[in-house]
Write a protein that binds this ligand. Structure first.
Ligand SMILES: Nc1ncnc2c1ncn2[C@@H]1O[C@H](COP(=O)(O)OP(=O)(O)OP(=O)(O)O)[C@@H](O)[C@H]1O
Ligand SMILES: [Mg+2]
Length: 319
């Protein structure tokens, strides 16, 4: 039985009354399974539908159609069981400012009917670098520390399935490493992990399988190693002081002074460098690197941006 099963999940947010703008088809017939013990990455640009899918999984929002199950429990018809199997770290920092960190974790434990949870709470606090903040009030914490508390909160009931919606946004390098070590340990011990992140390096390092969402549709779904094979094998990278002619710029990825061209072999590298020279430009700090997940992601997302028309009858569409 899959740990998480999405079956033909669609979500349409209705047009807001008295405001211009159409209904938003945030998810369009999304189907895939995540197996127990997987470390699964859900990637996509802003607005692709990642949080919408996670909200439906967590029972915070209803799918317009389709179904979602957590270890066989339907998130709609068997909500309590589904919810108990899930630990969700939300993208938004929401918390109650009146409690201390320990109180917040005890309350969350109580919500799942767990008493005397302090041994596990202490372990969570220590693992997430929060031990000295146990008695701090939530409103006294910095943004990154609040994020750590949200992670601890999601894990108080030792869920089988851990869902992290951009857990490292706004988090410093040290905590990112602490967090990943901890989550990787839980994954080794058998927990299933579903992760969204815009840090593609993290996704490449951690996730064994990845789905890419674009405008509410799954546009890629494969083992991370398979996705990496799909990219052009190498990338030519250099710095340049002036602007590239447009026929070259069209083929390049440009970040400030850094220019990158996909190149499969030495001949293509030579051709690009010759074209730069012919344009009267000087390439500095030239290097060739292996293509990474970011290259794959950009390739997948660049594939003809199709506008998804929304042809639905607004009557009867649940928000
Ligand atoms: N409550 C809502 N009401 C109306 N539209 C919404 C609502 N929540 C999300 N949307 C729209 O649904 C689409 C998907 O949003 P979603 O938050 O799921 O994207 P995301 O992939 O999580 O993006 P990000 O990377 O920015 O977090 C967007 O077009 C967004 O504007
Ligand atoms: Mg989101």
């Amino acid at each position: 039985m899959p740990a998480i099963s999405f079956q033909s999940v669609s979500k349409t947010y209705p047009a807001i009354r008295n405001q211009t703008g159409p209904a938003v088809r945030a998810l369009d017939d999304v189907s895939f399974d995540i197996q127990p013990g997987e470390f699964f990455g859900l990637l996509g640009p802003n607005g692709a539908g990642k949080t919408s899918l996670i909200s439906i999984l967590a029972g915070l929002s209803r799918a317009s159609s389709g179904s979602v199950k957590v270890h066989g429990s339907d998130v709609l018809t068997d909500y309590a069981n589904a919810r108990r199997k899930l630990g969700v770290v939300p993208q938004e920092l929401v918390f109650d400012p009146f409690f201390t960190v320990r109180e917040a974790l005890r309350i969350q434990s109580g919500y799942f009917g767990i008493k005397h949870n302090d041994v596990w709470i202490d372990e969570l606090l220590a693992s997430l670098g929060l031990a000295d903040k146990a008695h701090a009030n939530m409103r006294q914490l910095s943004g990154g520390m609040k994020r750590r508390v949200l992670v601890a909160q999601a894990l108080v009931h030792k869920p089988q399935v851990i869902v992290l919606d951009e857990p490292t946004a706004g988090v410093d390098v040290e905590l990112r490493q602490t967090l990943w070590q901890f989550v990787a340990k839980l994954n080794k011990q058998g927990s299933t992990v579903l992760l969204t992140t815009h840090y593609l390096e993290e996704a490449e390092a951690l996730c064994s399988r990845i789905a890419m969402l674009k405008q509410g549709r799954v546009v890629a779904l494969a083992q991370t190693s398979e996705l990496l094979k799909a990219a052009s094998s190498n990338v030519l990278r250099f710095k340049i002081d002036s602007e590239l002619p447009s026929h070259l710029a069209d083929q390049a990825r440009i970040t400030g002074r850094i220019v990158q061209f996909p190149a499969n072999n030495a001949r293509e590298v030579e051709q690009y460098l010759a074209a730069i020279r012919e344009a009267g430009l000087v390439a500095e700090d030239v290097e060739i690197r292996k293509a990474d997940l970011e290259d794959v992601f950009l390739d997948v997302m660049a594939e003809k941006a199709v506008e998804v028309p929304v042809e639905i009858n607004l009557a009867g569409v649940a928000a």
